[in-house]
Ligand binder design. Sequence first.
Ligand code: GLC
Ligand code: CA
Length: 549
Amino acid sequence: MIHDLWYKNAVIYCLHVGTFMDTNGDGIGDFQGLMRRLDYLAGLGITCLWLMPFQRSPNRDDGYDVSDHYTVDPRYGSLGDFVAFTHAAEQRGLRVIIDLVVNHTSDQHPWFQDARRSASSPFRSWYVWSRRKPPRADEGVVFPGVQKTTWTWDERARAYYFHRFYDFQPDLDTANPEVQEEIRKIVGFWLELGVSGFRVDAVPFVIATKGAGVKPVEQYGMLRDLREFLQWRSRDAILLAEANVLPRTDLEYFGDDGDRMHMMFNFQVNQHLFYALAASDTRPLVKALEATRDRPGTAQWGVFLRNHDELDLGRLKPEQRERVFREFAPDPDMQLYERGIRRRLAPMLSGDRRRLELAYSLLFTLPGTPVIRYGDELGMGDDLRLPERNCARTPMQWSTLPNAGFSRAARTALPVIAEGPFQFQRVNAADQRRDPESLLNWTERIIRMRKECPEIAWGDFTVLPTQPEVLALRYDWRNNAMLVLHNLSGKPASVRLRARDVGDDRLVSLFTADHSSARKGHHEIELDPYAYRWYRVGGLDYILRRRSW
Ligand code: GLC
Ligand code: CA
């Protein structure tokens, strides 16, 4: 049964073990700590955890510089702790997906160390070399302003090596069959230890042709091969691709028959959503939704607001990007890599509860599977004194205890936020649990409701015509329908919708008692500034009549 595609109606929560919960007092979060917090996560209602890299690493790019793909970094625990954790998660009905970082390794990885040593090293051909500095070596850097080049001279190897990201992350030659074999081994290894899939890092670069003077061309066949291997080993494991590509190209990543990636993050919708929030104008967002509508039946979008990286606005028009900067990151120090914003969501929205709820309600009702970032359920803030993206990677704020209850160390690896409106004394899980009106409890309620609305996960959407500051989406699935309304402006909005477009004379509001009955063929709905409304199409009796899915 098609219902079995668990990722379609999932709620994903991403976190880094190192900043979640520290149990041994060394200032670094660990698997033991994460295990103790599984009940908190299960209680929140999420169904899947996405762990950022926790494998052995010199940790110069928050673990995305792996130096051993087959082990847990001792900072976070042991492989034994990892398996105890996946087991404990499974017992609570939580799935676990992990990052698969195979575009590159750390320069400290034994493969690279061996490869540098001599041209006859068996690992030499695992990386990408050039005797002379290739033309245009300084173009195509991923971190402009921080990264200078994509080819760096290695004295030991007496050659330049290619690195799409930082110079300490040499690219693997992913076209090499030995490297491909190793990638499959890594996938197979973690599947055996209980994971339900992978967030595949930097996919366009993994599958691109690489080399001096080589134009990067995506080799989509590699995605099918990976998918095939994954599914042979585990029938319900998934691949969630990080690929910030254009809508037409997305379909190549999903594959015509849905035989490549199960899921992709919808970067197109993400960027236009922030424009919509900044400008109270949903028109470009609607275009992005339409442009990304097509996908195979089994494929799914990952919808997100903020993630562990900068909010990349690179695909907006320059004037749209300026608008978002002006609204959400006016200070140049809030911006990053000449294209994005490094702040967390709550400070961008000035901690305004109405706007936070609006943003979250959109996250939970746009087409796809919502992916939440740890701490966003509390409205956590950032620390702009930390370099680059680290500002939004501070420890989870559990309570008013020292170090936000995250650790009993004198000093934590990344500092907790202890000043300003988002300090842990004001924003923490313990206080919010006691307050029925808190953002935490609100998030728990909206997650519960979202899980009861499979139309959003499975259905088709229609954008209903209304004023540009309001987004009106109707979802249809198996003779059930929902209508969701969002007023993105700071002014009240009167929404007038034809009952024929809505699909019924009656609408049942799911969070409040503001039901609507059409008059003279129209629904007339008043929305407060930044208000959102979820309706089931049909009367109350209809809900009672409704058969289970
Ligand atoms: C991805 C990750 C980012 C990391 C980069 C290099 O873009 O999201 O955090 O720095 O890959 O691995
Ligand atoms: Ca620890």
